[in-house]
Design a protein around this ligand. Structure first.
Ligand SMILES: [Zn+2]
Length: 363
């Protein structure tokens, strides 16, 4: 893909929230802000360029019933690519998708290994289902398999209680997070409820997925420790359906899910206003389709996050958080070009004009 032809991205390049430039060049698959000397065979794309979008909670290689074949995983990754999502933090996958790393035409993936859940306390077929005594060992194993992240399931319905309940005793979570950090990996956890959050944050967790249970009491704790959240609002929108499905067997759980759903926008806006880093994640894979990154950005704006901050949550800010470059000199040319200024209306993200990956125009 990275051949010797030159691509000229004409128009406005949004290299940072306060860094707008006049065009860039792609030479040998990499970004240059200097017009290459003697460039021939120049292809041009024109519009408003953003760094390739980040979907910070996505599952490649996961389907409704667990692992899927490589050809299905490839289709998932291509759907994300079409939507402009060129950097994925895979928040847990039972499939080995390492082969994607050799494909210059597929989005880059930062893996968290396979989900680690308590026995019978998660969607069947997704996770390692274990007991607390084995948590440190499994976290160590997934930290070595992944790309700097480990994914825990922090809470789930406890059928005996009939409601959401924490999956791990405090001591087990503490030891597991310490082990991940010792191995250089960050830890994130799926949490819907209020009750799992304090222990995980005080144990040193780096990020919480969904985080619907954030309260006014917990928000300052997250903010002071710099714990990020990935709200996945396009997923939270399904809570009323889930609640309806579980109503007859688990009425308490259903009511709880409805309450979390009802206050979801207030929760996310309060978190952002308090200074908690908020990032874009769709939770694609499993039950939700891939390619919803623009919808999630729009949801953050609906929740009351200013458009520039919502854009940063899938571009500049998200890339910095994940340690990957944006539109900087010499970086791989992963970018998306739009017809109009996304800062004026983030809904333009739903219709990329051109997607450029590793310097190649892929759509
Ligand atoms: Zn997920």
């Amino acid at each position: 893909m990275s051949d010797h032809s030159v691509l000229h991205v004409k128009g406005r390049v949004l290299a940072g929230p306060d860094d707008v430039r006049d065009g860039l060049w792609v030479v040998g698959g990499r970004i240059s802000y200097d017009r290459p000397v003697g460039a021939r065979d120049v292809r041009t794309v024109e519009g408003w360029a953003l760094p390739g979008l980040v979907d910070a909670h996505c599952h490649v290689g996961l389907g409704a019933h667990g692992p899927v074949d490589a050809d299905v995983a490839e289709k998932q990754a291509l759907t994300d690519r079409e939507a402009g999502a060129l950097l994925i933090r895979d928040a847990g996958s039972p499939s080995d998708t390492r082969w994607v790393d050799d494909r210059e035409d597929l989005p880059k993936i930062i893996r968290a290994g396979r989900h680690i859940a308590r026995t019978r306390r998660y969607i069947r077929g997704y996770a390692h289902e274990i007991e607390p005594a084995d948590l440190v060992a499994y976290v160590g194993r997934e930290a070595r398999r992944g790309d700097g992240w480990v994914k825990l399931v922090g809470d789930w319905i406890d059928r005996e209680v009939g409601d959401l309940a924490p999956s791990w005793p405090r001591e087990a979570a503490e030891a597991a997070i310490a082990e991940a950090h010792r191995l250089g990996a960050r830890v994130t956890a799926h949490c819907f409820a209020e009750s799992s959050l304090r222990d995980l944050v005080e144990s040193g967790i780096d990020c919480v997925e969904h985080a619907t249970g954030l309260t006014d009491e917990l928000i300052p704790l997250f903010a002071s420790r710099g714990v990020a959240i990935v709200p996945t609002l396009v997923n939270i929108a399904t809570f009323p359906d889930l609640a309806a499905g579980g109503e007859s067997k688990f009425p308490r759980w259903s009511a709880h899910m409805r309450r979390l759903h009802a206050r979801r926008y207030d929760t996310v806006r309060s978190a952002h206003d308090a200074g908690i880093p908020v990032f874009v994640g769709t939770d694609a894979g499993g039950t939700l389709p891939h390619g919803l990154v623009a919808a999630e950005v729009a949801e953050l704006v609906t929740a009351g996050i200013p458009p520039l901050a919502a854009l940063s949550a899938t571009t500049w800010g998200a890339r910095e958080w994940l340690g990957r470059p944006g539109l900087v000199e010499g970086a791989p040319a992963d970018l998306v070009v739009y017809e109009s200024d996304p800062r004026a209306d983030v809904r333009v993200l739903a219709a990329p004009r051109r997607v450029v990956l590793n310097g190649a125009v892929v759509s």
